[in-house]
Design a protein around this ligand. Structure first.
Ligand code: C5P
Length: 396
């Protein structure tokens, strides 16, 4: 279980730290506590020692100390540091590099992420010096602030400055560890993703294409990055912003271009997802000049485009391969046929009418025949579900 180091400062809300410590202990975390000298005037170390089932640290020069350099070993022990309540004073000390007691010294030596739960008098809370100190610390990635709530304060005012509800603070800590775990699910996995539509030119100004917005594919890219994957996005035209932190972005127009770019890279990938709405056919000839409307009838001959996913399925060795089936009828039956034909590990079957929408409902069909149904939800959320299912397949 994770190690949480709790700093307790000398605001009246110090008594609430007992509740936070007790709740975190009940959830199974290891908790060690450092109190400032002022905090010990409000709540006794014995109380927090009993609740945390660990010695409480206050004094740098404790006569009963062990052989260890305590401020360093505590800093190294912590997976997360939570200061609750954090006073105006401790924020000022951290922001200005002051380490003159046990708590401020340990914080200075801590590499882990820190959560600072503010609690103080409303005038102190509104003091621009506090705001400056907070802004300064926010520039460093490891300082997170849990803002005060509005409520009845010890100074008899109903105003901002109250420590956030203990349950909410515990939730923030829990979500932090949960997100950290989730972030690692696809860590280091190389993902090749096709998205958007393709455009197949008929002449210099006209093309064949489809309704795809690219939202599903771009959502997959963003969520996969959040889960730690190294994402290569091969995209046909869309009007969406290119996601940040991609390993590579390749802009293509036609199915042929998309296919070439995909097959160049697929061998080194761990996961392939074909989310692009690829045109199945393209005009046999692309006219050099704009076609004139000289005839009553215009016959255009179409050639079959390469099936990119099918080709990935042929090349597939260790990769997990996932495709989409946007159908207008017999959704499950047609999707299952594609799953087999294209040698996929999973196919996401959905209704083609959702192509431009921000929401989608889908059934995930796996190679072993198992199915999971997902009711309508934002494509961004569905993308997350798809990636979690892929990480389940990988970990089997
Ligand atoms: O066969 P169908 O086009 O319905 O299959 C859809 C799936 O195959 C999608 O995952 C799509 O990205 C992929 N596909 C492809 N190349 C094509 C056609 C579809 O990769 N030419």
């Amino acid at each position: 279980m994770k190690n949480i180091l709790i700093g307790v400062c000398g605001g009246i809300a110090a008594y609430k730290s007992a509740n936070i410590i007790s709740k975190l202990k009940k959830k199974g975390y290891n908790v060690k506590v450092i109190m400032t000298k002022n905090a010990t005037e409000i709540i006794t170390p014995l109380t927090l020692e009993t609740l945390s089932r660990n010695k409480v640290f206050v004094d740098m020069w404790d006569k009963n100390r062990s052989f260890e350099v305590e401020h360093i070993s505590l800093a190294e022990w912590a997976d997360l540091c939570l200061i609750a309540p954090a006073t105006y004073n401790i924020v000022g000390k951290i922001a200005n590099g002051i380490a003159d007691d046990m708590l401020s010294t340990v914080i200075a030596a801590c590499n882990c992420d820190k959560f600072i739960a503010l609690a103080m008098n409303v005038n102190m809370y509104n003091n621009p010096i506090l705001k400056e100190n907070i802004e300064k610390l926010k520039k460093y990635n490891d300082y997170n602030f849990i803002d005060s709530d509005e409520g009845f304060l010890a100074c008899n005012a109903n105003a901002k400055g109250r420590l956030k509800d203990e349950d909410e603070i515990v939730n923030i800590v829990e979500n932090y560890f949960l997100n950290k775990k989730i972030k690692k699910l696809l860590k280091g996995k190389k993902l090749l993703l096709t998205a958007g539509r393709t455009e197949e030119p008929l002449d210099p100004v006209r093309y064949f294409s489809n309704n795809s917005s690219g939202k599903m594919g771009y959502s997959l890219a963003i969520q996969a990055i959040n889960l730690g994957a190294e994402v290569t996005l091969i995209s046909g035209p869309t009007s969406l912003d290119i996601p940040e932190e991609l390993a590579e972005f390749v802009q293509v127009k036609t199915a042929k271009e998309m296919c070439d770019e995909v097959l160049k890279r697929f061998d080194t990938m761990d996961i392939g997802i074909g989310c692009a709405a690829v045109a199945d056919y393209k005009p046999k000839v692309c006219a050099d000049q704009k076609i004139k409307k000289n005839t009553d009838e215009l016959v255009i001959t179409l050639d079959k485009n390469p099936d990119i996913l099918y080709n990935m399925g042929l090349k597939k060795e260790k990769q997990i391969l996932v495709g989409f089936a946007a159908e207008t009828e017999n959704i499950i039956e047609n999707a299952t046929k594609k799953l087999k034909k294209k040698n996929l590990d999973m196919i996401v079957a959905n209704n083609a009418h959702n192509m431009r929408s921000s929401n989608n409902a889908a059934t995930f069909i796996k190679k072993d025949g198992t199915m999971k149904e997902y009711t309508e939800k934002p494509k961004f959320d569905l993308a997350y579900d798809i990636l979690i299912e892929i990480s389940n397949i990988i970990s089997k």
